[in-house]
Design a protein around this ligand. Structure first.
Ligand code: PEP
Ligand code: MG
Length: 325
């Protein structure tokens, strides 16, 4: 099987009927930027900046962050890279920052909430990211957005940072896209509103499943309930993509679901615009896509949207898969 897959490694992702798919990688640690990865993918759909803060004994300053983002931008030679602002809190802690204990950290002061509470920290990161946009195609993405106010506040701060840089004569990409993670159910409900203001969405299924189904993504005891084939999750993803497309905005997915061959026909049927996954899934997902076509996938999606349970959906998707692989 490895031999059969190998030929897809450097090919563009394309379906059986010739549709080109934008297939990107998630990068969370410098080691994941393996040699040649740039030639295997269409860009970076999620650059997790946490490692910069976690593998350190103090907050990385603007220059340190800038150096990392700039290097990333240059390495990808103009292919789009989506840099996510700090997604700390929840399961991710910093040794040098003693945040007060929270009973429900996943519902607490994490990600964008933390950044909006710590403006200087946030501003420093935004300056570093915006400056790096002069060296490639950089997009900014905010994690854990749950309301329009949050997005507007974060965007406002980004625009202020841009003004400030301009005043200092520092160049950057003035058309830089600003988007959000769709990983909290309130964003799905307000998708039509968000779609008017954001430049793009990227669906974080890891958290979207957790928050939609009220199932802790880390708790083994409820792992059997954690399922992105749950009809509520499938509907959420579908309706978000439809709402975004109505406003001409693109939608990516950077949660684990994007790299799952079983999920691929559903995502193709929904016309997901950008698929971002761990480097280890890229070749396999290209192979999967090469065996799928848009029409059959759309038909499968239609059938699946009519089902009531995750089990039924999984079964239907498995049967579809078995007939092709
Ligand atoms: C997600 O929630 O799906 C995601 C990609 O982000 P993380 O796993 O870092 O929370
Ligand atoms: Mg997340």
């Amino acid at each position: 099987a490895a031999g059969k897959l190998a030929k897809y490694r450097l090919l563009p992702a394309q379906t059986e009927d010739g549709k080109l798919i934008e297939l990107a990688v998630n990068v969370g640690m410098p080691e994941e930027m393996r040699e040649g990865l740039v030639d295997e993918a269409d860009g970076v759909g999620l650059f997790r900046t946490e490692f910069l803060f976690m593998n350190a004994d103090r907050f990385p300053d603007e220059e340190k962050q800038f150096a990392v983002y700039k290097q990333l931008a240059e390495a990808w030679q103009g292919k789009p890279i989506v840099i996510r602002t700090l997604d700390i809190g929840g399961d991710k802690e910093l040794s040098y920052w003693d945040l007060p204990h929270e009973d429900n950290p996943f519902l607490g002061n994490r990600a964008i909430r933390l950044c909006l509470n710590e403006r200087e920290l946030f501003r420093t990161q935004l300056r570093a990211i915006v400056r790096a946009s002069a060296f490639g195609t950089v997009k900014i993405m905010f994690p854990m957005i749950s309301s329009m106010q949050e997005f507007r506040a974060a965007k406002q701060l980004t625009l202020e940072v841009m003004d400030e840089l301009k005043g200092q004569g520092i160049t950057f990409d003035e058309k830089l896209e600003i988007g959000i993670m769709a990983e909290v159910p309130s964003v799905i409900q307000l998708a039509d509103r968000f779609a008017k203001e954001v430049d793009f969405f990227s669906i974080g299924t890891n958290d979207l499943v957790q928050y939609t189904l009220a199932v802790d993504r880390m708790n083994e005891k409820v792992a059997h309930l954690y399922d992105y084939f749950h009809p509520a999750v499938i509907r959420s993803i579908h309706s978000l993509i439809q709402a975004a497309h109505k406003e001409g905005k693109w939608v990516g997915m950077c949660g684990k679901m994007a790299g799952d061959p079983l999920a691929a026909p559903l995502l193709l049927g929904m016309e997901l615009d950008e698929w971002s996954m761990d480097a280890a899934s890229v070749t396999k997902q290209k192979f999967t896509l090469s065996r799928l076509n848009v029409q059959d996938s759309a038909k499968l999606l239609g059938d699946v949207l009519d089902l009531d349970t995750a089990e039924e959906i999984r079964q239907q998707v498995k049967a579809f898969h078995a007939a092709r692989f």
